[in-house]
Write a protein that binds this ligand. Structure first.
Ligand code: G3I
Length: 364
């Protein structure tokens, strides 16, 4: 159901009600443990490490590094172009290796993110005077080096990230503007070839985007990209559904489920890759708002459960409001995550636990 926060506040009674008492010990029955019991590969989180405050925040790390909580970590930044190839043909894998080492120490998997995107590129890419041929060579070189360095330590790669506008056309980027739509297909071809050379064909290749979680022109365009890859005999294994939503405006269960089923019908895996549900204005922590947010999380996670094993897992884009990307990108917005800024689990956390167990939502 969609209603404004003001209406939600009226419906839900007094603000600042006591949070629900924890019903289980995270350590024994965390969200990843519940997700795996439900047949998922993981419940995961993004982490913006190393080089940030959270890298040395003991309370944060205690939650992150507990495999009962998270079975997967996505590097929020460390593997992106500007960090992995800061200067042309000079590669730096320190950050990416750091994330992989941390995850592997705790038996957690890593969705490697990302190879080709419009944002967070190195200056040499943004400022180069490229032809189609020379930029294609840069893209190929980047993909081969990075994919082959991290190798089978990656569960999957987001090969191309956010290539489409809302109307399903290719969005402007140095890649598209210089190479044309071939860049999309070539990126997947190069990733496939790079993996084949090191006998790592089991590393999955994903297209990752937002606004493709519900039916519509953009989701249709993703179907067309997949069909074109297939026509060219190029592998794609899955679609990453970012799922950055706003409180009260999460796509319905039916819409999210049917969209996932549509990708699955193409023979693909799907994953919820960047789930968060932000408040577009304060307050972020009143009872009515948190209840609606819990419902929103419950809906998205339930859609993955109902889609069956081909919806392989759910990843939140940071688990705590302290380190969320949201306030830095959307002024005045926040409160998007499942733990608050002092690392207390919010109702959303318990709603997810219910969804993972196929139970009715006890906090929505
Ligand atoms: O590395 C610098 C650091 O040297 C400097 O001191 C600091 C000061 O602000 O900034 C640091 O860079 C920041 C970087 O994150 C690393 O923390 C950038 O300013 C900041 O813009 C960057 O934001 C990232 C954003 O992508 C960039 O578009 C977010 O952390 C990251 O969560 C976000 O992730 C994206 C996914 O990759 C794709 N889907 C959407 C998602 C959310 O925007």
């Amino acid at each position: 159901m969609r209603f404004s926060l003001a209406t939600a506040a009226l419906l839900a009674g007094p603000a600042l009600a006591a949070p629900p008492a924890p019903r289980h010990d995270d350590k024994d029955v965390g969200l990843n443990a519940l997700a795996q019991r439900a047949g998922k590969l993981w419940f995961g989180t993004a982490a913006d490490i190393p080089g940030t405050d959270e890298t040395t925040d003991a309370a944060y790390l205690k939650i992150l590094e507990n495999p009962a909580n998270f079975g997967e970590i996505t590097p929020a930044n460390a593997m992106k172009f500007m960090y992995t190839e800061p200067e042309q043909n000079v590669f730096n894998y320190t950050g990416g290796d750091y994330v992989l080492n941390l995850a592997e120490r705790h038996g957690q998997r890593v969705r490697c993110h990302n190879l080709v995107w419009a944002s967070q590129l190195s200056d040499f890419v943004n400022n180069g005077n490229w032809t189609k041929e020379s930029l294609t060579a840069v893209m190929r070189n980047h993909i081969f080096h990075v994919v082959q360095h991290f190798g089978r330590r990656c569960y999957s790669w987001d090969v191309v990230n956010e290539a489409l506008n809302g109307d399903g056309t290719f969005s402007s980027s140095i890649w598209y503007d210089t190479i044309g739509e071939d860049y999309f297909y070539l990126a997947f071809q190069y990733a496939q070839e790079a993996l084949a050379e090191i006998h790592a064909n089991d590393v999955k290749l994903y297209y990752n985007d937002y606004g493709i979680e519900n039916p519509g022109t953009k989701a249709d365009a993703v179907h067309n990209l997949v069909k074109e890859l297939r026509k060219r005999d190029i592998r794609i294994d899955g679609i990453g559904l970012e799922s950055h939503f706003e409180v009260g405006f999460t796509p319905s269960l039916q819409d999210q489920l049917s969209t996932k089923q549509g990708y699955i019908a193409l023979g693909l895996d799907v994953a919820i890759t960047e789930l968060d549900v932000r408040f577009t204005q304060a307050p972020y922590y009143d009872a009515a708002g948190e209840k609606q947010q819990a419902q929103d999380y419950y809906t998205s996670v339930s859609s993955c459960i109902e889609a069956g094993p081909k919806c392989i897992g759910i990843t939140v884009w940071d688990f705590d409001d302290k380190y969320s990307w949201v306030p830095y990108t959307f002024a005045g917005q926040g409160g998007a995550d499942i733990y608050n800024a002092t690392l207390q689990a919010k109702p959303a956390y318990y709603a997810i636990a219910d969804a993972l167990q196929g139970k009715a939502c006890s906090v929505c």
